[in-house]
Design a protein around this ligand. Structure first.
Ligand code: NAP
Length: 485
């Protein structure tokens, strides 16, 4: 493993402290970003005897740094750095200094770097840049802003091609998708990666701190895709589960457009991502890009969890099992009961799949009647319009629409006359915890189950599928409570 900790310091004294700290934290080498110093130090000898390989960098403004001096000043500075024990220097791939091999720069390794701050170029351009920069046996480094799945795919694909050359190179991403390119740098074929000394001390966007990088060397990466990926409780729940079980793991966002789904699935395989949650609007469209869909997900016609089994991607639906455990934990007996499902989308289908297993008699009421008909047919249920059910008798009522969710008007999804004392009423919405529908049901003497329960149990099942370990309900519930504030 080769981790280069990149440090920024205002003074030489602070630089010494930072280099020592990086060494103590297990860095293999340290890059000192001298361009970020208030002014270049006249004496570099305090760094000389710190026993760790050191790289001197004066990143120019055009490539994302703060260096504004000319090439001669840069060359003079590097000569001093080499005298002070620096064994690596960073030169940008458009630097005139590249042509020079001065006598006192002979015994130094040169990293030839190329930075694109706004975009990741095409795969072929990345390869070209790296081959050109590394042409004279020097170490090429490409750092590209990766802000979409498509851009990440370009980088991953370039890494795969470059690895075939057998040459050494450094590839990494800045931007939103930067962290995965650092955590999985080996999978990009990169011979090293750059880390920050600690969180909050990044010298480039997308850096991961050295302690996390070391902990995650063989760690488990999971995450979520959807579009847009609004605020979700899933990262907090899964990260809390990893921490409580002492598993090196993390949970990252992978926002993707529909046309990026096949690329994302390739990335999951290539970067050894253990699995993903799939959320709106991809729960159905992701299915065609997977190797296998399990029986429950097929029944529902939607996948909310992808599990990577040695490169084979399996689609599952833990909304069904999550819903079932939420009912079970509440002590609800559903066998043969009369159940009303409000809505005919993905959550409604998961609910219908579960209730059919319980042999409940199901009515599906939906705003768009034709969708209710479709889902009812699929699950041997009866279909109804939203206005048809107020006079009917039910033992169980489940809201599977977003009506009452935060950001929506605080309305009821159905005529409350359908609510009767003693019924079991669930709302799959988890934000807010007590929806207008649940509040109304409580007032009418029903037993209520908040959507938060389903959320937690589906997450527990997903986590277990990815890691083989069952997280504690309490840990995940606590993470949700903290998020709810
Ligand atoms: P979906 O596939 O888009 O389906 C939405 C359903 O709600 C459709 O039947 C739609 O009716 C209906 N609907 C939407 N707006 C409505 C309105 N203003 N009035 C009446 N009906 C309306 O969505 P989904 O994936 O099933 O998700 C539904 C809800 O479940 C979301 O709030 C989601 O957050 C929640 N959910 C919770 C969990 C959990 O773990 N607790 C898991 C999954 C989903 P039409 O057919 O007429 O459009």
């Amino acid at each position: 493993m080769t981790i280069c900790v990149s440090v920024a310091a205002a003074t030489i004294k602070e630089a010494v402290e930072a280099v020592n700290a990086a060494r103590e934290k297990g860095a293999d080498l340290v890059e000192v970003r001298f361009d970020l110093m208030a002014e270049q130090p006249s004496d570099l000898t305090p760094l000389k005897n710190i026993p760790i390989p050191k790289m001197a960098t004066l990143r120019s403004k055009a490539q994302g740094g703060a260096w504004e001096g000319d090439d001669e000043a840069k060359a003079r500075f590097f000569r001093r750095a080499i005298k002070a024990g620096f064994t690596l220097i960073d030169l940008e791939d458009d630097s005139p200094l590249l042509q020079r091999r001065e006598r006192d720069m002979k015994n130094v390794e040169r990293v030839i770097s190329h930075h694109e701050l706004d975009v990741t170029p095409s795969t072929s351009r990345i390869i070209e840049l790296m081959l050109l920069a590394g042409a004279k046996g020097e170490l090429p480094k490409g750092a590209f802003a990766v802000n979409s799945v498509e851009e990440l795919h370009r980088l991953v694909h370039a890494g795969k091609m470059l690895a075939l050359t057998g040459k050494k190179y450094v590839l990494l991403g800045t931007g939103d998708f930067g962290p995965i390119t650092r955590l999985r740098y080996r999978r990009l074929g990169s011979s090293m990666t750059y880390a920050s000394l600690e969180a909050g001390k990044e010298t480039a966007p997308g850096q991961v701190d050295v302690a996390t990088l070391k902990r995650m060397e063989n760690g488990i990466i999971t995450g979520i895709t959807g579009m847009p990926l609004g605020h979700s409780y899933s990262p907090a729940m899964h990260r809390a589960a990893f921490a409580s079980l002492g598993i090196a793991g993390t949970y990252l966002p992978f926002p993707a457009e529909k046309n990026e789904l096949p690329l994302l699935m390739e990335i999951v395989r290539e970067l050894d991502i253990a699995g993903l949650n799939i959320t709106i609007p991809h729960k159905e469209s992701v299915m065609e890009h997977l190797d296998e869909i399990d029986a429950t997900a097929q029944e529902v016609g939607a996948v909310n969890v992808v599990v990577n089994r040695k490169g084979r991607l399996i689609g599952r639906n833990t909304d069904v099992s999550g819903l079932g455990q939420a009912f079970k934990a509440a002590g609800a007996d559903l066998g043969g009961k009369r159940a009303l499902i409000v809505g005919a989308g993905g959550a409604a289908r998961a609910c219908a799949a579960f209730l059919r297993r319980e042999k409940a008699n199901i009515v599906i009421a939906n705003r768009t009647r034709s969708r209710a008909d479709e889902v009812a047919k699929r699950f041997s249920a009866r279909a109804a319009g939203l206005d048809d059910v107020a006079g009917m008798e039910f033992d169980v009522v489940v809201n599977c629409t977003p009506v009452g969710m935060e950001g929506f008007p605080a309305e009821l999804p159905i005529d409350p006359a359908v609510l009767r004392p003693g019924q079991v009423v669930m709302d799959v919405i988890y934000n807010p915890e007590r929806t207008p529908f649940l509040a109304e049901a409580e007032e009418r003497g029903c037993q209520t189950i908040p959507g938060r329960e389903m959320l937690i149990y589906q997450a527990m099942d997903a986590f277990e599928a990815w890691t083989g370990q069952r997280p504690s309900y309490e840990i995940m519930a606590e993470a949700v409570r903290k998020e709810q504030g």
